[in-house]
Design a protein around this ligand. Structure first.
Ligand code: GLN
Length: 488
C-alpha cells in the first residue's frame, strides 16, 4: 500500500473528495513524517502543527457541509519569505528572528481562502540570496536524494519538503532562479510565473523588479492547481496585472502536436555536465516524438545575463534592505544612540547579504549610477528583446535548468562566483519577466535529479504547463521518490 505522504496533491484531493481519507488523517500523516525525517533534512524552520490540525478539522467540517473549495484540506507549506500573520517570518535572517507580521501575503491568503491546511514555514537562503540554502542564518537543508548534497536555493526548503513528502505542495519565490533551481536539484515540478502574474504583496522584498512567487509540487498538474489559486490581480500590488487568469487545469490536456519548441544554442555550452545535456536533449527528442516541432534558435545576449543580474538585483536589494534598522522589525541591538544602534543591529546580516548591499550601494552611488545601473537596465532590454524575437518563431523554449546536478554541501560556499554560476540558465528569463517551469527529466550517475527548463512568453504559463504535462504523461521520472536514510 502506498503511504498517504507518497500521494501527489491531485491524488490527495481526489481521495478527500471521495471521502476515502479525511483532512485530519492526511495532516497527521504529514506531521508524523515531518517529525520522523525533518531533523535530518532541515526543510522546515517552523512547523505549525496545532494550527495545521485545526485547519484540517475545519476543512473536514466544511466538506461535510458541501464545501468544494479547490485546495480544501490539502496540507501545504510556505517559504519563510512570505509574511504570515501571527506566524514567525524570518526570511532566513537573524535580523528578522522573532518577527511576527500583522498581515498575510496575498498569495498565502488566497491559499487559506481556498482551504489549505497550513503546515509551516520553510528554510531558505537569507533574504533569498543564494543557490544552495547554505546562506540560511539558521540551518542547512539537505537534498532528500543525497544528504551530502545541497537542495538548491534559495527556495531549498520548499523543494526538499515536496521531494521528501513533507508537504503536498509549497510556495517559493524566484528572483533569478530560486524556484526552478531547487526544483531541478530535488526533482520536483516548479514554476516561476511571469512577473506580475502573482501578487508580491507581503513578500519580504529582494529585487522588486524580479521577485515572483510560485508553486512547487510533485507534478505539473499539482503546480497548475496551486497557480490557479495564487494568480490574478491584487489591488495591493500595482505591478500585478489585470489580465484574465486562464483555466490552467483545462489547458493541460492539449498535448504538444504542432507546438514549436526552440533550442537556444547559447544554453548548450562547454562546462555543462554531460549527463545534464544528454537528459535535456533526450527530453526534447521525446517531445518531438509526441508531435512537437524542434527549431534551433539563438538568444545572442544570454552571456550578459549574469553580470546584468548582479548589478540590478543587488541594487534593488540594497534599497529594500535599508528598512532593517532595529526600529521597525525584528530584534534591536540597543547602543544608546541612533547610529551605533543601527550599526550593531545591521551586523546581524550574514556575509552574502552584506556583500549584496555593498555591491548594490556602489552601483547606485552618484557618478557610478549611469555606468552600472543605467547600463545594466539597457542591456536587460536587449535580453528581453532576444526573447520577444524568439517567441515570434517558437511557442516554448527548452533548456537545462542548471549546468550541473546538485553540488556537495560546502563545495561553493567560499567561492561566490562559482555559486552565482548555478543560475546562468535561469537568470535570463528572470530579467525578461517571462515564465519558466522545471520538469524532472532524468538522473545522473550519482542518482541526482536533472531538470528540463521550459520557458514561455510573458503570461504564457498555460503553454509551458501543457508541454510539461505532456512530457510528464510520457515519462515516469516524476513518480520516483527518494529513499530517506531512516527508511532504507
Ligand atoms: N541565486 C540567485 C541569487 O542569489 C537567485 C536567487 C533568487 O532567485 N532568489 O540572487
Amino acid at each position: 500500500m502506498t503511504e498517504l505522504t507518497d500521494l501527489t496533491l491531485s491524488q490527495a484531493l481526489e481521495q478527500l473528495r471521495a471521502r476515502a481519507v479525511s483532512a485530519v488523517e492526511l495532516t497527521r500523516a504529514v506531521l508524523q513524517r515531518i517529525e520522523q525525517t525533518d531533523a535530518a533534512l532541515g526543510a522546515y524552520l517552523t512547523v505549525t502543527a496545532d494550527r495545521a490540525l485545526q485547519d484540517a478539522e475545519a476543512a473536514d467540517r466544511a466538506r461535510a457541509a458541501g464545501d468544494e473549495r479547490p485546495l480544501l484540506g490539502v496540507p501545504l507549506a510556505i517559504k519563510d519569505v512570505f509574511s504570515t500573520a501571527g506566524i514567525e517570518t524570518t526570511c532566513g535572517s537573524k535580523i528578522l528572528r522573532g518577527y511576527k507580521p500583522v498581515f498575510t501575503a496575498t498569495v498565502v491568503q488566497r491559499l487559506y481562502d481556498a482551504g489549505m491546511v497550513m503546515l509551516g514555514k520553510l528554510n531558505m537562503d537569507e533574504f533569498a540570496m543564494g543557490s544552495s540554502t547554505e546562506n540560511s542564518a539558521f540551518q542547512l537543508t539537505r537534498n532528500p536524494w543525497n544528504l551530502e548534497r545541497v537542495p538548491g536555493g534559495s527556495s531549498g526548503g520548499s523543494a526538499a519538503a515536496v521531494a521528501a513528502g513533507l508537504a503536498f505542495g509549497t510556495l517559493g519565490t524566484d528572483t533569478g532562479g530560486s524556484i526552478r533551481l531547487p526544483g531541478a536539484f530535488c526533482g520536483v515540478a516548479a514554476l516561476k510565473p511571469s512577473y506580475g502574474r502573482c501578487s508580491r504583496y507581503g513578500l519580504v522584498a529582494f529585487g522588486s523588479s524580479l521577485d515572483c512567487p510560485g508553486p512547487l509540487a510533485r507534478t505539473v498538474e499539482d503546480v497548475a492547481r496551486i497557480l490557479q489559486v495564487m494568480a490574478g490581480h491584487d489591488p495591493l500590488d500595482s505591478t500585478s496585472v489585470t489580465q484574465a487568469v486562464p483555466d490552467y487545469h483545462a489547458a493541460l490536456a492539449g498535448g504538444v502536436k504542432g507546438l514549436r519548441i526552440g533550442l537556444p544554442k547559447e544554453y548548450f555550452i562547454a562546462g555543462i555536465q554531460p549527463e545534464v545535456e544528454q537528459a535535456v536533449r533526450a527530453a526534447v527528442a521525446r517531445l518531438e516524438a509526441l508531435g512537437a516541432q524542434v527549431v534551433e534558435i539563438s538568444l545572442p545576449h544570454t552571456d550578459y545575463s549574469l553580470p546584468v543580474y548582479y548589478i540590478i538585483a543587488p541594487a534593488e536589494a540594497s534599497a529594500n534592505l535599508a528598512r532593517y534598522d532595529g526600529v521597525r522589525f525584528g530584534p534591536r541591538i540597543e547602543k544608546g544612540e541612533m547610529w551605533p544602534t543601527y550599526k550593531a543591529t545591521r551586523s546581524l546580516f550574514g556575509a552574502e547579504v552584506k556583500r549584496r548591499i555593498m555591491l548594490g550601494t556602489y552601483a547606485l552611488s552618484a557618478g557610478y549610477y549611469d555606468a552600472y545601473y543605467g547600463k545594466a537596465q539597457a542591456v536587460r532590454t536587449l535580453i528581453k528583446q532576444d526573447f520577444d524575437a524568439a517567441f515570434k518563431q517558437v511557442d516554448v523554449i527548452a533548456t537545462p535548468v542548471a549546468p550541473t546536478t546538485a553540488f556537495k554541501i560546502g563545495q561553493n560556499v567560499d567561492d561566490p562566483l562559482q555559486m552565482y554560476l548555478a543560475d546562468v540558465f535561469t537568470l535570463p528569463a528572470s530579467l525578461a519577466g517571462i515564465c519558466g517551469l522545471n520538469v524532472p527529466c532524468g538522473f545522473d550517475e550519482a542518482g541526482l535529479p536533472i531538470g528540463l527548463q521550459l520557458l514561455g512568453p510573458a503570461f504564457g504559463e498555460d503553454v509551458i504547463l501543457r508541454a510539461g504535462y505532456a512530457y510528464e504523461q510520457a515519462t515516469d521520472w516524476h513518480t520516483r521518490r527518494p529513499v530517506l536514510r531512516n527508511e532504507a
